[in-house]
Ligand binder design. Structure first.
Ligand code: ZN
Length: 59
């Protein structure tokens, strides 16, 4: 689990199907994997808790 506090786009890899997906680091909604619908991130008071593997933070 990694917490992201700033509003950045993050490339994450789904831990289930290895799909790579770019998500918003400060998402206000649950973000699901587009391939297998596993939860990749969910909001926790303004921050996103990332469930997958963070590959890259895009500035
Ligand atoms: Zn997946």
């Amino acid at each position: 689990m990694e917490k992201v506090t700033k509003s950045k786009f993050i490339k994450v890899r789904c831990s289930k199907c290895k799909n790579e997906q770019i998500i918003f680091g400060n998402a206000s909604n649950v973000v699901l994997c587009l391939v297998c619908a596993k939860e990749l991130a969910h909001p926790t008071g303004g921050k996103s808790k990332i469930s997958g593997r963070v590959l890259e933070v895009l500035e």
